[in-house]
Design a protein around this ligand. Structure first.
Ligand SMILES: *[C@@H]1O[C@H](CO)[C@@H](O)[C@H](O)[C@H]1NC(C)=O
Ligand SMILES: *[C@@H]1O[C@H](CO)[C@@H](O)[C@H](O)[C@H]1NC(C)=O
Ligand SMILES: *[C@@H]1O[C@H](CO)[C@@H](O)[C@H](O)[C@H]1NC(C)=O
Ligand SMILES: *[C@@H]1O[C@H](CO)[C@@H](O)[C@H](O)[C@H]1NC(C)=O
Ligand SMILES: *[C@@H]1O[C@H](CO)[C@@H](O)[C@H](O)[C@H]1NC(C)=O
Ligand SMILES: *[C@@H]1O[C@H](CO)[C@@H](O)[C@H](O)[C@H]1NC(C)=O
Ligand SMILES: *[C@@H]1O[C@H](CO)[C@@H](O)[C@H](O)[C@H]1NC(C)=O
Ligand SMILES: *[C@@H]1O[C@H](CO)[C@@H](O)[C@H](O)[C@H]1NC(C)=O
Ligand SMILES: *[C@@H]1O[C@H](CO)[C@@H](O)[C@H](O)[C@H]1NC(C)=O
Ligand SMILES: [Zn+2]
Length: 396
């Protein structure tokens, strides 16, 4: 018995130790416009000593929102209130340790199809426990309290909301109109993207060369001398599986194959040259498989870590054909539409308030369902113990 105890405590130490992440030599990526994932800048983020200030455990809202609002004072006030409520809601389920800073803009997008968008303001490369370098959302890296961390951006999350939509606010004493969207629901959804519910896989490469889309890849890296430096996943992708033609492979496996498509260090004169060469490599097959999975219902999953709020495979959005950047992959499947996990489906319907969706999903006490929470837990956020204070008991 005794030796077993020693053994298990040793095991625990090892388990805890492997959770430590190391800073990598790669640079950070800043997202300038969340509605355009290609609008990024590679930026130096040298190791910086942690001087995060202690935040009270009891803090009811860990989100600090700087709002640029081009609307009436009354409307801007409703927006502030909605952000405050959303921050409190997330702070109830995630055990946060550091304040998360949000740069939010409420402005006319001149595009009626978009409600809003948010992203991590900076993606930070860290070496995961399997020795693979992946990019982590800054809000998450802050929660790790590393003694030395890559330099942070002033903001953790960058968000934009479309002032041209007909918004409804639950703090206003009116029932939602049949053509209105619930602003609070949309903010909650977007902040969860900003926390890291977001894949790196996309159609950026072919899009940049105005070609028809035949495959998807994670973010590609070039150094200052235009030399190819491989592809980098996000931490979310570590748990993603592609299932083209019924055979499941991890995103990490596909990425490692695409890393072999062109020798690291190869220089290119322009993007066309690069796209032509990579598409003629045998590894482009994996990009094609990724696209096939992303447009085939039931062919894309997220596998949560053990002992999270939900251990089942979670289906991600893969029913849209053609592929839609920003909607495909980084959402849960519509099969969860009428469940407690409705919040992270890619589409919101007019006239449906969050309150209505919660009632339809089962009257549990948080709009952040068990699958959504499980995904956030799996990428590295700590959560409060279940089922407290959630009633009734959360079920997958
Ligand atoms: C606020 O947003 C508007 C519209 O996007 C922009 O033109 C303006 O410069 C922003 N103001 C500040 C202080 O960031
Ligand atoms: C906030 O984000 C907007 C883009 O949405 C950007 O133009 C602005 O410079 C950012 N503000 C700060 C203070 O970084
Ligand atoms: C809200 O509206 C209802 C019905 O119109 C009214 O009875 C109630 O007093 C209103 N409440 C507030 C706080 O204005
Ligand atoms: C893209 O697809 C369209 C329609 O399928 C076709 O007409 C066009 O030639 C294709 N373009 C390229 C560059 O392959
Ligand atoms: C792909 O290559 C990049 C750059 O060398 C590396 O950081 C990353 O860990 C590799 N990813 C995989 C999954 O092999
Ligand atoms: C890309 O570079 C190649 C080789 O220098 C050149 O032939 C080609 O015209 C360039 N393409 C574009 C779109 O600039
Ligand atoms: C996707 O598959 C699920 C079951 O696997 C089914 O319930 C759903 O209707 C399908 N959706 C579409 C758009 O085919
Ligand atoms: C995971 O959960 C099971 C059952 O709830 C428990 O027996 C086991 O000790 C847990 N494992 C860890 C590593 O927490
Ligand atoms: C949630 O509660 C409402 C009102 O009490 C009830 O009408 C509805 O059927 C409940 N929803 C579920 C899924 O149990
Ligand atoms: Zn979304």
């Amino acid at each position: 018995m005794k030796s077993q105890t020693i053994y298990s405590s040793l095991l625990l130490c090892i388990l805890i130790f492997t959770h430590f992440l190391t800073i990598s030599a790669e640079r950070c990526v800043d997202i300038l416009d969340p509605t355009n994932p290609s609008d990024t800048v590679i930026i130096d983020c040298p190791p910086t000593t942690n001087n995060d200030v202690y935040v009270k455990h009891q803090t009811s809202n860990f989100f600090e929102v700087t709002l640029n609002c081009s609307a009436t004072a009354a409307l801007c006030n409703n927006i502030k209130e909605a952000f405050n409520d959303a921050g409190k809601e997330i702070s109830k389920v995630l055990k946060l340790k550091q304040i998360i800073k949000v740069n939010a803009t409420f402005t006319d997008f001149n595009n009626a199809a978009i409600l809003g968008s948010a992203s991590s303001a900076r993606y930070i490369p860290l070496t995961s426990d399997d020795k693979i370098i992946r990019r982590y959302p800054q809000a998450l890296v802050k929660q790790f309290s590393l003694d030395v961390h890559p330099e942070y951006n002033d903001y953790d999350i960058i968000a934009r909301f479309n002032s041209a939509q007909d918004w409804w606010f639950r703090t206003v004493n009116e029932t939602i109109g049949s053509d209105q969207f619930d602003f609070y629901a949309v903010i909650l959804h977007e902040l969860i993207h900003g926390l890291g519910f977001s894949s790196s896989w996309g159609n950026y490469i072919e899009l940049a060369d105005n070609q028809n889309i035949t495959g998807l890849t994670p973010n590609v890296n070039f150094n200052d001398d235009s030399q190819f430096e491989g592809f980098t996943e996000r931490i979310f992708d570590k748990y993603v599986k592609f299932i083209p033609n019924g055979v499941a492979s991890t995103s990490t496996y596909y990425t490692s194959q695409l890393n072999e498509s062109i020798p690291i260090g190869t220089s290119f004169n322009n993007i066309s040259e690069f796209v032509t060469q990579i598409k003629s490599s045998p590894q482009w097959n994996y990009a094609e498989f990724a696209l096939l999975s992303a447009i085939t219902n039931g062919s894309l999953t997220f596998t949560p870590a053990k002992n999270t709020s939900c251990n089942d495979e979670i289906y991600l959005e893969s029913s849209l054909n053609p592929y839609v950047q920003g909607s495909s992959i980084s959402h849960v499947s519509l099969i969860y539409e009428s469940t407690s996990d409705f919040l992270m489906k890619y589409i919101f319907n007019r006239g449906e308030s969050l309150e209505y969706l919660v009632q339809r999903g089962g009257n549990y006490s948080s709009p952040i369902g068990p699958r959504i929470l499980s995904i956030l837990e799996t990428i590295g956020y700590e959560t409060y113990a279940y089922p407290n204070p959630i009633i009734p008991t959360y079920e997958c």
